[in-house]
Design a binder for this molecule. Structure first.
Ligand SMILES: N[C@@H](CCC(=O)N[C@@H](CS)C(=O)NCC(=O)O)C(=O)O
Length: 202
């Protein structure tokens, strides 16, 4: 197995990657980057990730950035053998990629709108309200899927649940109407109860 190092800070965008590594059983080293004191702007860290952000992952010394890219790579590299990511060439693989990108990009765009309005202290202004409404519509799509099956890909838990659930969980924290969607709320509760989801502080 390659040497994997996760550069991370607790309760950050790196948290879902910490959880995915545990869920997949990938042996790795954790290096804490204190983003409150500016360690992410040190030259040696910027050499790994010019954005100066966590998560950053190195694989045998080769760096990668962007959490979604890491999730997709971890799924392909370790998830298939563990039964946590669909095999290449299957319809489920296409759905896995679609829903993961949907959560970070499509749902994430509305999350950013709500977050920005909240940061400005105006979550109920036109921008915040539009983001809230768009998230409600997207959550209805997710709810319809989860009304048919307990997990994102069917009867069994997969890494797709972790990826999509981490974005939905964060959105609930900033005020998205997650609890109004009963199947999403129940699925999120089951997901967050998994032992690997407590891996952030390890
Ligand atoms: N799109 C990036 C976002 C990463 C990100 O924003 N990380 C934050 C922590 S949640 C960070 O490192 N902030 C430090 C800074 O901006 O200086 C990803 O998904 O990896």
């Amino acid at each position: 197995m390659s040497k994997t190092v996760l550069y991370w800070h607790p309760m950050s965008s790196a948290t879902p990657i910490a959880c995915a590594l545990v869920e997949l059983g990938v042996a790795h080293e954790r290096v804490k980057v204190d983003i409150r004191t500016g360690e992410q702007r040190r030259p040696e860290f910027l050499a790994l990730n010019p954005n100066g952000k966590v998560p950053t992952l190195t694989v045998d010394g080769a760096p990668m950035f962007e959490a979604l890219a890491m999730h997709l790579w971890l799924g392909e590299t370790y998830g298939v053998a563990k039964g946590l990511w669909p095999a290449e060439g299957t319809p489920e693989r296409l759905q896995a990629m679609s829903w993961c990108v949907w959560s970070y990009v499509t749902y994430g765009a509305q999350l950013v709108r709500l977050q920005a309005a909240r940061d400005m202290g105006t979550p109920d202004d036109a921008h915040g309200s539009a983001g809230h409404k768009a998230m409600d519509q997207l959550l209805a799509l997710l709810d319809a899927r989860l009304a048919q099956q307990p997990w994102m890909l069917g009867e069994a838990y997969s890494l797709v649940d972790l990826v999509v659930g981490s974005v939905i969980g964060y959105s609930a924290y900033i005020g998205a109407p997650v609890q109004q969607h009963a199947h999403v709320a129940a699925w999120l509760g089951a997901l967050q109860a998994r032992p690997a989801m407590q891996a952030d502080g390890a």
